[in-house]
Design a protein around this ligand. Structure first.
Ligand code: TXA
Ligand code: MG
Length: 320
């Protein structure tokens, strides 16, 4: 597999060609790194599942270069969905819409809906544009980690997660640290009322303004529609414990104004909620690098992005 740092336009062209030829390319987005394949190529998409060790009934997000590509993949798009797509794309938001005939069962996990997103990272957008110049229609990309593990927010984390599973003609594009650090907000737009399936940087308060509807946040997790909604996910090797007292040798993650308990090992000191989101997965990974058995996290308070951080933290807790 080839790893390319700060890819040039030519590098990105080469990566687009690799995807068109049926290979996998891990690429940066502003949320987390994705593992991309041609969304119309069943064989390439099946490799995503085997590399990740992900059950095949978990649907994938199709990434497109702009809102103009939406009609290819989705039908019966409600007006409110178009409004928020216009407002927040490119950006950290995925819309679940009724699928067109192009979105096959191997993308949607057999459901009649498809997840679509226009990412904002310049490398991701250039990759999508080059891919479309070659006749490509969309790039399917889950987060580039093993199923159930912490999403990668830089290329080192991608290599750590799936590097050994990639083949010679696959590629990793390195575009630095992901700016948001948490996966996109997923909004189900298949019903009259929008429903937030996964909270993220596009918050309920931001969306509310653009729809006349009441918005709901899905509290139920059926585990099949969205793997990120499984009760446990996003888990490091260390045991994550929320809000407990840190003892000597425990990892510790909290806002900078909360001091480190004596003997605990500080993993990050975010000064803002945005920094907390950006540093969360790197801090959990650092805990694993230090072979810690326990990481105590003091979750941030408040709504908005804090909701998304707490959502991931709650799911990262596994009984072990
Ligand atoms: O920020 C992100 O969304 C990143 C970057 C790479 O774009 N991608 C990502 O993909 O987080 P993944 O596969 O790790 O998580 C996507 C979630 C999954 O939980 C999946 O089940 C859900 O989106 N999803 C995809 N299509 C869906 C659909 N038709 N209905 C409901 N959930 C869907
Ligand atoms: Mg994921």
């Amino acid at each position: 597999m080839e790893i390319i740092s700060n890819p040039t336009q030519d590098d990105i062209k080469k990566a687009a060609k690799a995807i068109k030829d049926g290979h996998l390319v891990a690429f940066p987005t502003e949320t987390v790194y994705g593992l991309g394949a041609d969304a119309t190529d069943e064989k390439a998409v099946s490799r995503i599942y085997s590399v990740k060790g992900r059950p095949t009934d978990h649907p994938l997000i199709v990434h497109i270069s702009s809102i103009n590509q939406l009609d290819k993949w989705a039908i019966d798009i409600p007006g409110y969905a178009l409004k928020i797509a216009n407002e927040f794309w490119p950006g950290p938001m995925t819309l679940i819409l009724n699928r067109s005939a192009l979105a096959k069962d191997f993308i949607t996990g057999g459901q009649d809906s498809v997840g679509l997103r226009v990412p904002a990272h310049p490398v991701a957008l250039k990759l999508l544009n080059e891919f479309e110049k070659l006749g490509g229609l969309g790039i399917a990309a889950p987060s580039a980690n093993k199923f159930g593990a912490v999403s990668p927010t830089n290329s080192e984390a991608v290599i750590e997660e799936i590097g050994s599973e990639l083949s010679q003609r696959d590629m990793i594009l390195d575009g630095g640290d992901s700016n948001v650090g948490l996966e996109s907000t997923i909004i189900d737009c298949t019903k009259v009322v929008p429903d937030i399936l996964r909270p993220g940087a596009i918050t309920i308060g931001m969306i509310r303004f653009y729809t006349e509807h009441k918005i709901s946040i899905s509290k139920t997790s059926n585990g099949i529609r969205a793997s990120g909604l499984l009760k446990t996910h996003y888990s490091p090797k260390a045991k994550v414990v929320l809000g407990a007292e840190a003892k000597k040798g425990d990892g510790f993650l909290a806002m900078a104004d909360i001091s480190t308990p004596i003997g605990a090992i500080r993993l990050a000191s975010p000064r803002t909620i945005e920094e907390f989101a950006r540093q969360l997965y790197q801090a959990l990974r650092l805990g694993d690098h230090k072979n810690l058995t326990k990481i105590i996290v003091i979750p941030p308070i408040g709504g908005g992005l804090s909701d998304a951080i707490r959502d991931r933290l709650v799911r990262s807790v596994i009984d072990k």
